[in-house]
Design a protein around this ligand. Structure first.
Ligand SMILES: *Cc1c(COP(=O)(O)O)cnc(C)c1O
Length: 391
């Protein structure tokens, strides 16, 4: 049993570093207030940006789809697992994103695995922001392409890399649209400009921008008015959209190509009918309710400004993702635990997800938080923040 001894040693090390984590088991669904061990807790760490997990139209669509199609899709997409509801969702997504086509995967994670490994060959080079999401890093690892990493949002470095990689068959610049740990926005106009200058492809992962940035939450391309100039847009259906899944939006030819090459599409069962129907209903709700996204931004901007007035370090945040930088990993986890004692869930995020001295609790404000919720959050954060000498 020596492999277990090795694992136990590693776990012991995590405990010593204060990085060992007990997963919270919630007794109610994703919402602003949730039940944990019989207590009502204010949720400040979910990706449920628009509160769509409980939207009546989404719930109705899911139930109707189960009644019509049953609970599972029966196969991968290329065998019997493409139902008309999947097709309809892809058409709706393409129209929402303003692209020729969209292709849906089981999650945002598998979308990056599938899309990156499909488009990148041994003669290509992928050029990636150092803070890109783990699913991008893993997707790149699946390919034989050359890899270049540029410092976070450093356009001079990006340009230097583009200049020195002109001999490759193609150059693919990959960036998150909104960075998940800091809540800052990629400089997409500059990236597009450099890509056009040096003949590169732009690949943007809008997981945290879907339903958040742009008109009706169409994403970062729409936010910056770059329609037609970003080649590959990745979105997730798991965060603001309220269910689970991911998609690639882009050219019809890209979709056709991925149908034949993207391995999670070819070898893993498609979204269940209820999930596909839920996502379809969610996109329709988004199209009809610009007020939801407006409320999200009002809440986020107001809350961030209040935290800053209290003296908290909110890092580079410019979106509803608002980190409170604490520093030391063990201290960060203690801060998160104290907030929970006071009735607030704020997930601590520490090394190796972020740098060793950049531990933070990551807050995500949603459109559903009321003024009273946010006032309670601020008062509690002020009290506990003083205890920890953060303000
Ligand atoms: C969350 C996230 C993903 C993964 O999306 P899922 O649908 O949860 O698998 C991919 N990319 C980025 C940038 C993310 O933040």
């Amino acid at each position: 049993m020596s492999y277990l001894t090795d694992l136990a040693t590693d776990i012991e090390k995590l405990k010593q570093d204060g990085r060992y984590r007990q997963i919270k088991v919630w007794e109610s669904g994703s919402d602003t207030w949730m039940h944990l061990k019989g207590r009502r807790i204010l949720q400040l760490s979910s990706n449920n940006y628009l509160g769509l997990t409980h939207h009546p139209k989404l719930k109705e669509a899911a139930i109707a789809a189960i009644e019509k199609y049953g609970v599972g899709s029966g196969s991968v997409r290329t065998i019997t697992g493409t139902l008309d509801i999947h097709d309809e969702l892809e058409m709706e997504l393409a129209s929402f994103k303003g692209t020729e086509a969209a292709l849906v995967f089981q999650s945002g994670f598998t979308t990056n695995q599938g899309a990156l490994s499909a488009i990148l060959g041994a003669d290509d080079v992928v050029i990636s922001d150092e803070l890109n999401h783990a699913s991008i890093i893993d997707g790149i690892r699946l390919t034989k392409a050359s890899r270049k990493i540029f410092a976070h949002k450093d356009m001079n470095q990006l340009e230097a890399v583009l200049k020195e990689t002109q001999h490759h068959r193609k150059r693919v610049i990959v960036t998150d649209g909104v960075f998940s740990m800091d809540g800052d926005i990629a400089p997409l106009p500059d990236i597009v400009h450099l890509a056009e200058t040096y003949d590169a492809i732009v690949y943007v992962d809008d997981a945290h921008a879907s339903g958040v940035l742009g008109k009706n939450g169409k994403g970062s391309t729409d936010h910056f008015g770059l329609h037609g100039r970003v080649h590959i847009q990745i979105g997730t259906l798991s965060k603001a959209i309220g269910a689970v899944g991911g998609y690639v939006a882009g050219a019809q030819l890209l979709k056709d190509y991925m149908i034949h090459t993207a391995r999670p599409f070819l070898f893993s069962t498609s979204q269940t009918p209820a999930v596909a129907a839920t996502c379809l209903a969610a996109i329709r709700v988004l199209k009809e309710s610009p007020d939801l996204v407006a409320k999200l931004w009002d809440n986020a901007n107001g809350f961030r400004a209040s935290l800053q007035r209290l003296g908290f370090d909110t890092g580079a945040s410019e979106t509803p993702i608002i980190p409170i930088i604490v520093g030391d990993p063990a201290q960060t986890m203690r801060f998160s635990d104290r907030l929970l004692e006071e009735g607030i869930f704020a997930q601590g995020i520490v090394y190796p997800t972020v740098a060793m001295d950049k531990g933070r609790v990551r807050l995500i404000v949603t459109a559903q938080h009321t003024e009273a919720d946010l006032a309670f959050a601020l008062a509690t954060l002020e009290k506990v923040g003083r205890e920890f000498g953060l303000i």
